[in-house]
Design a protein around this ligand. Structure first.
Ligand code: DX5
Ligand code: ZN
Length: 221
């Protein structure tokens, strides 16, 4: 088995909002690959984070793709707005999309990468008939809504099973994992088949965030 370095997507939810520009610059200069931006509506998840104007501001400084994770009801209402705000990758939760196929098409038609997010309780087999439409799948390894929660170990089995499905269908779909990720589990996540690691607290609560990113990026080797 050939292992690649994972893509690293620092989650700005854990950044210092009073000095967001400095944190964006740090990520620009680091080995990170994407900016992970968590949008919450206080209904689908029990928290409210930030929305379109903040994403727009982040875009003016970010030199890497914006990976926007929508934790909102009826995300299809805002696909255009997030494109205009600067999203390069846009992911929606399986649990809130009645017409997921159409929603993914709409995202891709606007030249963004389309992702499906699964909550911890949602089994990967629900993706059987939609997987080929997604550029990436984001597996939540905590219940969405907050940074700094503990990783749910069941995620390892979900990654392995999803990887099998992707290989069997001969797809290039990336597996992104989000929640409770740090140096203690990064290597095991890559071994299981994860391609993209999101990290909030493990990056921004570290006294040297840039080094934390470098360590995550090279955790397998
Ligand atoms: C949780 C968000 C995550 C969060 C991860 O709902 O989707 O992206 O910021 O934070 P950590 O890495 O601290 O668990
Ligand atoms: Zn997220």
């Amino acid at each position: 088995m050939l292992y690649m370095k994972p893509l690293i997507a620092p989650s700005l939810l854990s950044a210092d909002f009073l000095n967001l520009g400095d944190d964006i610059e740090m990520v620009n200069r680091s080995e990170a690959d994407w900016f992970h931006c968590d949008v919450m509506d206080g209904i689908f998840v029990p928290n409210i984070s930030f929305g379109l104007p903040v994403i727009k501001a982040i875009k003016t400084k970010a030199e890497k793709p914006l990976d926007v994770h929508l934790m909102i009801q009826h995300p299809e209402r805002f696909i255009n707005d997030f494109k205009n705000a600067g999203a390069d990758l846009l992911s929606v939760h399986y649990e809130v999309c009645s017409h997921l196929h159409r929603t993914l098409q709409e995202i891709k038609n606007l030249d963004m990468k389309a992702g499906i997010v699964l909550n911890p309780h949602t089994h990967v087999t629900v993706l059987e008939n939609i997987l080929s439409e997604a550029d990436f799948v984001l597996l939540m390894s905590v219940n969405p809504g907050f940074g700094g929660q503990s990783f749910i170990p069941e995620t390892f089995d979900k990654i392995k099973k999803l990887k099998e499905m992707i290989l069997k269908k001969n797809l290039q779909t990336l597996i992104e994992v989000d929640g409770g990720i740090g140096l203690n589990n990064a290597k095991q996540l890559i071994e299981a088949g994860a391609d993209v690691l999101v990290a909030g607290n493990a990056v921004f609560k570290n006294p040297d965030p840039s080094l934390a990113i470098k360590m995550l990026k090279n955790s397998f080797f």
